[in-house]
Design a protein around this ligand. Structure first.
Ligand code: GGG
Length: 357
């Protein structure tokens, strides 16, 4: 048990709405857990800050955040600023600056939640996606020449390092060993087309898998993996994929388990040299921002992942159980799950469940 120093960055759009509920969950769990407390420092970084200063975060933003135990992040994106400016100005510098190479995205079909896929029962879909988080297709490597001319030339290069590739694949296997489930790791690439980077990924997957003979393995092309996520999602246990592929796969996984509003994400610095970052998978959600109807449970589940990473397993379990009870009881739910509750009513219910659990 300890007093944790948390950096809170609500960011943009519905991020501002759901992060307030994430804080409520942390305050609730602290109130029922002996010796656990949190100090919050909130940073107003994001698109408004960009309009005022020309940057999404201060130049020394990474330095400022370095001393915190963890970062709770909302969302980034603005209808009037190009997405590549917002994403590359705030979230990606933190993932790279803090060497958060391991991104963990669980997707579980909870009791009380209906999948859009026919015939799926609670627990049928239960997978954890491991996303390489600092390189691959997100590497800012490339350039643009002769802009606006007939010779306009654009290069965007994927980057795969042995360190980054082996680290994420090994993290997926290690997690699979600890997880009390089917014990299979699926690697997803497109090595028939991407004959350098993804062939390399497949080779590293083979090498690492040799250290885990007790774990079943499979390698799928990304198009096949997308089909299977929709037609046979129960076949997946732990998946591992590159930065872009795993981002897309985790959106499909979130939707087949009932809602983007339930999907949490942990951006982990495995060596714990720097703070890790916890966020909902969803973005700023321009279509519903400001309406107070976003589902905050993805953020509450991200809070549980943060507690687990900090070594507060008992507190993490209290928060996870509270989310499961909210969904099973179905008395207070946001509209994505068929209810009529506001974001803050849903957050209050999660906090009540944590306190009374
Ligand atoms: N809460 C995360 C967020 O703001 N997501 C927006 C987004 O586009 N993220 C891209 C990514 O995670 O790679």
């Amino acid at each position: 048990m300890a007093d944790y120093n948390l950096a809170v960055i609500p960011g943009d759009g519905v991020g501002l709405e759901v992060i307030a509920e994430g804080r409520k969950a942390l305050e609730a769990v602290a109130s029922v857990t002996e010796g656990l407390s949190f100090q919050f420092t909130e940073f107003p970084w994001g698109s408004e800050y960009y309009r005022e200063t020309g940057n999404l975060m201060p130049e020394d933003g990474i330095e400022i955040l370095k001393g915190f135990d963890s970062i709770l992040f909302g969302a980034v994106g603005d209808p009037n600023i190009p997405d590549h400016i917002t994403l590359h100005g705030l979230l990606l510098p933190m993932r790279r600056g803090f060497d958060q190479g391991v991104c963990i995205r669980p997707a579980y079909l909870y009791p009380g939640v209906e999948s859009p896929l026919a015939g799926k029962k609670a627990g049928d879909i239960d997978m954890v996606i491991f996303r390489e988080n600092t390189e691959g297709e997100y590497a800012p490597v490339g350039g643009r020449l002769y802009a606006g001319t007939a010779h306009e030339t654009v290069v965007q290069t994927n980057m795969f390092t042995r360190r980054g590739t082996e680290r994420i694949i090994r993290a997926a296997f290690e997690y699979c060993v600890r997880r009390d489930k089917r014990k299979k790791v699926t690697s997803v690439t497109k090595s028939n087309a991407q004959s350098f980077g993804m062939v390399f990924w497949d080779e590293v997957f083979q090498e690492v898998s040799a250290d885990y003979p007790q774990i079943e393995t499979e390698s799928l092309l990304v198009d096949r993996a997308c089909m299977d996520l929709v037609r046979w999602p129960e076949d997946f246990d732990v998946m591992v994929a590159s930065n872009l592929f795993a981002d897309i796969l985790s959106d499909i996984a979130a939707v087949v388990t009932g809602s983007m509003g339930l999907a949490p994400s942990a951006n982990i610095n495995p060596e714990k040299e720097y703070p890790s970052l916890f966020e909902p998978v969803h973005g700023a959600a321009f279509d519903i921002m400001g309406k107070g109807i976003a589902n905050p449970l993805a953020t509450v589940s991200a809070v549980a992942m943060m507690l687990d990473h900090l070594g507060e397993q008992e507190a993490a379990q209290k928060v996870d159980n509270a989310v499961a009870r909210c969904l099973q009881e179905r008395t207070v739910l946001t509209s994505d799950l068929g209810g009529a509750a506001s974001t803050s009513e849903m957050g209050d219910e999660a906090a009540r469940q944590i306190r009374e659990g």
